[in-house]
Design a binder for this molecule. Structure first.
Ligand code: SF4
Length: 344
């Protein structure tokens, strides 16, 4: 069921948003560039991180990796290190792979064609649209949660934003509002309106440029939109880790692509049974991921015998670290927190 006003003037609404953006748009460092490399990096960082939280990371990242070549030539461990604190490490791994892809397949030049950009590892429709609209002025809406929220409220549209068809549905709606001039600024305007004014909770309708046109506001139903039917399924998972240490050293290994924490370091998840005693200290950490509620048990195993320690490391393929050297490696957040409070 749609509840649009009769024939809304889509372009008029788009123009209003642009005019608002020109005065009220956020003054962000990456808004001063049209370099697709920087736009790509910032879109990936700020997909899942608030701007205030990720800005310092963005600066550090592009200072260390100022272009595709420097990122492609770097070691993955170093890329992950610069990503530390942002979470969702698969984004960093994909950035690194995509940089190598650009070098191998596009002679090191960031592709211009929307379809080519979509071929890059970790780049979805939203990021590709943001890059081509902002950098090359292509008229493609960069539809994300902000678009869903703003458009469904303005038109009091109850289209299910959890539906697989939501992206194309809201893209089509946004395209009708998108001006020929400055499509990139239009995309940025919706991003800013959605994060600063038309917020998920308690939208600030009093300062909204679209208030007079907003049907949800007129109906007093802003809290009813956007509509989202499907809840994310969350399952519980228990993990056991063994913090095996001898004097100042402990055992770590790097996980592959087949684990929840891809390519990050962790501890052994099994040890010889004779190392476990009734009084082995264990701490419990609760941690939430998007689809998992984790309960992590970390058992503290102190080995007096260096031979046992080294043999186990060699046979099972672990390397050793100290608390100091571990700061230069990337661990999942709960293990990183553990390492910050443990004492050996
Ligand atoms: S009037 Fe309120 S609900 Fe409507 S678009 Fe503006 S902030 Fe969002």
């Amino acid at each position: 069921m749609k509840t649009y006003k009769q024939n809304p003037d889509f372009l008029y609404l788009g123009g209003k948003l642009l005019a608002w953006y020109e005065i009220n748009g956020r003054d962000l460092p990456f808004r001063k560039t049209r370099n697709p490399y920087f736009i790509w990096i910032c879109e990936i960082i700020f997909q899942q991180t608030r701007i205030s939280q990720g800005l310092d990371h963005y600066h550090r990242f592009v200072q260390r990796f100022p272009d595709v070549k420097s990122l492609a030539e770097s070691d993955q461990d170093e890329v992950l290190l610069y990503w530390k604190g942002l979470g969702y490490y698969s984004r960093a791994i994909n950035l690194h792979k995509a940089a190598r892809q650009i070098v191998d397949e596009f002679n090191g030049v960031f592709p211009k064609d929307h379809r080519d950009i979509l071929k890059l590892k970790g780049v979805g429709k939203y990021t590709a649209a943001a890059v081509v609209s902002i950098c090359y002025g292509e008229k493609i809406p960069a539809v994300d949660g902000n678009f869903y929220r703003v458009l469904s409220r303005v038109f009091a549209d109850d289209f299910d934003t959890a539906s697989p068809k939501a992206f194309s549905y809201f893209s089509e709606l946004a395209l009708r509002m998108m001006p020929d001039e400055n499509p990139g600024s239009f995309n940025e305007a919706v991003m800013d309106l959605g994060s600063e004014v038309c917020k998920p909770r308690n939208p600030e309708c009093g300062i909204c440029p679209l208030q007079q046109d907003c049907l949800a506001f007129a109906l007093g139903k802003t809290a009813d939109f956007p509509v989202k039917s499907r809840k994310v399924k969350v399952s519980a998972l228990e993990l056991n880790y063994y913090f095996v240490h001898h004097q100042k050293e402990f055992l770590i290994r790097r996980r592959g692509d087949d684990f929840i924490w891809k390519n990050l370091y962790d501890f052994p998840d099994a040890v010889p049974p004779e190392w476990l005693h009734a009084d082995t200290p264990v701490i419990t950490i609760k941690h939430k991921l998007t689809h998992r509620n984790l309960t992590i048990y970390i058992h503290d195993i102190e080995l007096d015998d260096v031979i046992d320690f080294q043999n186990f490391a060699t046979i099972e393929g672990f390397s050793t670290a100290t608390l100091e050297s571990s700061h230069r490696k990337s661990f999942p957040k709960p293990l990183e927190n553990y390492l910050q409070q443990v004492f050996i």
